[in-house]
Design a protein around this ligand. Structure first.
Ligand code: FO1
Ligand code: 5AD
Ligand code: SF4
Length: 359
């Protein structure tokens, strides 16, 4: 039923009644959340090379133009973030830049790495040394790839986007819903606290949105690892000229997410891409990673609101704004000794992490 599910051996038990129930959800069925959380992060775009060519994405560069961020630039970004009081280094970048990009491959070799994941490991070390907790979203990952970096990440993620077979992912280099679900499952098997989500408005229908949320719920029920589900409206740019989803559609998907997902899973909406004020009564409880210092490199036309703006949003809604870490409290026990050690350390970064936890 879900494209690629067989190929990646993903079996889900999504029944029609559950789909119908999700389709019947209305924003009036949902209560507003009692608080809003966010994480302070810096964005580290490790490479603009990508094996896919999603038609909504302006992030990736074609072979020949793609760049790889050198270690000293990674260090400069994360140090700036730590100085600005951030707790998270967000590594999100092109998906598996394979040997389609020989220049990237050659550069990695020169720096002593045989894969982007090997280099990501070095980048995570740099972030930890600077006093930030890594959250990596390298797109789809095999078990071997994820295992290589899991112990240096506080959490990881990949957007499911949608379980539908959409044209936006078409062509010879298409994201496969089955492969993305397999990535989410792998995270569960490895005990990695995880972020996923839906990209809304890329050609999927209402039924697809319901199935996507139910698929995430089922994997979470198996492993208990999903921390948050992002409901992200596709945002127009020079490669994608269609308008994003209408407010009413966003309200309904957010409400559907809130009803379908169990209460411990946050529903996150990015405040630079969506009109969060008009979505709060539909169950949004998290604003994701917000950066005081770096751009959203994936959506560079949509600047991050200042923290003051987030405070104003929470105040208007009459709820507290709470800073959080990239790992939620209920998953602290899952962390590797290295990440746990960073949080418990008797240094400035450790003190900062712990003060966010005790807020
Ligand atoms: O700035 C962004 N942060 C994105 N984030 C990061 C997110 O805002 C936070 O870093 C997480 O909430 C972790 O704290 C993602 C994280 C994922 O695991 C998966 C997808 C995304 C997508 C984005 C994004 O488009 N832009
Ligand atoms: C990291 C995440 O960024 C999202 N992403 C990529 N392009 C866009 C866009 N134009 N608008 C909104 N989100 C986008 C995808 O969901 C990807 O998984
Ligand atoms: S959205 Fe991610 S996978 Fe798709 S083209 Fe952009 S960088 Fe690649």
């Amino acid at each position: 039923m879900i494209p690629g599910a067989d190929a990646y051996d993903v079996t889900l038990d999504i029944d029609e009644t559950a789909v119908d129930r999700a389709l019947a959800v209305d924003p009036s069925d949902v209560d507003a959340a009692p608080e809003l959380s966010f994480a302070r992060n810096v964005f580290v775009p490790l490479t603009t090379a990508c094996r896919y060519t999603c038609t909504y994405c302006t992030y990736y560069d074609p072979p020949g133009q793609a760049s790889l961020l050198p270690p000293d630039e990674v260090r400069a970004i994360v140090e700036r973030g730590a100085d600005a009081g951030c707790t998270e280094a967000l590594f999100t970048f092109g998906d598996d830049p394979d040997d389609r990009y020989t220049a990237v491959h050659d550069q990695l070799r020169e720096w002593g790495h045989d894969s982007i994941h090997s280099y990501l490991r070095e980048a995570c070390e740099i972030a930890l040394d600077a006093g930030l907790l890594p959250h990596s979203n390298p797109g789809d990952q095999t078990r071997e790839q994820m295992e290589l970096v899991a112990d240096l990440n506080a959490s990881m993620g990949v957007m499911l986007e949608t379980t539908a077979d959409v044209q936006a992912h078409g062509g010879p280099r298409a994201k496969s819903p089955g492969q993305r679900l397999a990535t989410i499952r792998t995270a569960g098997e490895l005990g990695v606290p995880f972020t996923t989500g839906l990209l809304v408005g890329i050609g999927e229908g209402w039924r697809d949105r319901a199935v996507s949320l139910l698929a995430i719920r089922e994997l979470h029920e198996r492993y208990d690892h999903v921390q948050e589900v992002i409901v992200q409206p596709v945002s127009p740019n020079e490669r994608w000229s269609e308008p994003g989803p209408a407010l009413e559609a966003m309200r309904r998907v957010v409400a559907m997410a809130r009803v379908v997902l169990p209460p411990e899973v946050s529903v996150q909406v990015p405040p630079n891409l969506a009109p969060v004020r008009d979505l709060l009564d539909c169950g949004v409880d998290d604003l994701g990673g917000v950066s005081p210092v770096t751009d959203d490199h994936i959506n560079p036309d949509y600047a991050w609101p200042a923290l003051r703006e987030l405070e104003a949003i929470a105040e208007e809604a009459g709820v507290p704004l709470r800073e959080r870490l990239p790992v939620y409290e209920r998953h602290l026990d899952w962390l590797s000794p290295r990440i746990r050690g960073a949080i418990d350390a008797d240094d400035a970064a450790g003190a900062r992490y712990r003060s966010v936890l005790s807020d």
